[in-house]
Design a protein around this ligand. Structure first.
Ligand code: NDP
Length: 324
């Protein structure tokens, strides 16, 4: 049997039902993974509530995990039982065992344990895409990073600082501000009030070339106000709700701004791109340039509590779920 968490109908955390299901067996081109750790991501909330639609109901949600290959399909020759692997961004991760296409997983370096791998696959590859592909961050640039003490946030602050950028983080509490500071944010702003003015006080009057905004509805316009003419707004998440109804003239008025709404899958859809991005991610983690902060661990059976904490802004860094 396998322990799995399914959504039978969209709703609150109580919609997450922990069940015993038959253990999957790997198809021809699949590996069966015994999952040691599963990453909790904000996108799981979007799938649970129905902001993002599931292909069928009921469905196992969750996007990333790490573990050990237990069995392989008849046509698989690149993996064998005992290999340590992880994957990002594939719906169906909230389970103790999972069969998944062999091309969707990557090998975990020996120096990275399973909880750490589960904490960084989706979030760390997102940061790789944001800093190296959506915009190639240059040393000397000053950027604004929302939710700077969150899972993506702490990785983003450190990786950007490692690339030589100056990071201004935005968080909601002093405790989170301290955490962002020790993870690479040179300056931290608490709260969204008067955001552009506070940015200008830090920079000596200058506005910014790039803003990374995962908060969405509550912060979008304030973020635009922090951008210099021809600056880039990277709106990559909806933690406070979706951004809708913004007139394009708002971009013109602020000086011909650019906006992008990236999603990770676009950047790792090809196997070679996934491998290259994962190699870069593993490099910055194993070298110590980026430290992985697992702020919370929950048993998989208590995933509803984990969702409650994430939505209540009570988590910091990454959260992992451990199959019971
Ligand atoms: P976080 O750990 O960052 O948690 C979300 C944080 O958002 C909270 O801790 C909180 O920080 C902030 N926040 C602001 N307003 C709200 C609100 N109304 N409700 C809840 N939280 C709020 O989560 P993740 O690291 O998992 O994800 C970060 C963001 O990145 C998410 O928006 C996610 O969707 C996005 N993402 C996008 C991807 C893509 O491909 N585009 C891939 C991966 C993640 P504070 O209290 O400091 O404000």
């Amino acid at each position: 049997m396998t322990q799995a968490v399914r959504v039978h109908g969209y709703g609150g955390p109580e919609a997450l039902i922990c069940e015993e299901l038959p253990r999957p067996s790997p198809g021809q081109h699949e590996v069966l993974i015994r999952q040691e750790a599963v990453g909790l991501n904000f996108i799981d909330v979007y799938y649970r509530t129905g902001i993002y639609k599931l292909p069928t109901l009921p469905a196992v949600i969750g996007m990333e995990a790490a573990g050990i290959v237990e069995a392989v399909g008849a046509a698989v020759d690149q993996w064998k039982p005992g290999d340590r692997v992880a994957y990002p961004s594939q719906l169906g991760a909230y389970a103790s065992h999972r069969a998944i296409a062999e091309d969707l997983v990557v090998r975990i370096p020996d120096a990275i344990d399973a909880p750490t791998a589960a904490a960084i696959m989706l979030r760390g590859l997102t940061v790789q895409a944001l800093l190296r592909q959506v915009h190639r961050l240059e040393a000397g640039q000053t950027i604004l990073v929302h939710a700077a003490a969150g899972g993506v946030g702490l990785l983003l602050c450190q990786w950007a600082a490692h690339l030589g950028a100056t990071v201004i983080g935005v968080v909601s509490t002093e405790r989170k501000a301290e955490l962002a500071r020790v993870h690479g944010a040179a300056h931290v702003i608490v709260g969204l009030d008067d955001l552009p003015a506070r940015v200008r006080r830090i920079t000596g009057g200058a506005l910014l070339p790039v803003v990374y905004d995962s908060v969405g509805r509550d912060s979008f316009l304030a973020s635009l106000d922090c951008l210099a003419p021809r600056g880039l707004m990277v709106s990559y998440g909806n933690a406070s709700g979706e951004v809708i109804g913004v007139a394009l003239s708002q971009l013109a008025q602020r000086g011909s701004l650019y906006v992008t709404r990236p999603k990770l899958m676009t950047f790792i859809a090809k196997r070679t791109a996934l491998e290259q991005a994962a190699a870069e991610l593993f490099d910055v983690v194993t070298s110590g340039a980026v430290r992985v902060e697992i702020g919370q661990r929950f048993p998989l059976s208590r995933v509803a509590d984990a969702h409650r904490a994430l939505e209540a802004r009570a988590t910091t860094g990454s959260t992992v779920l451990i199959p019971d």
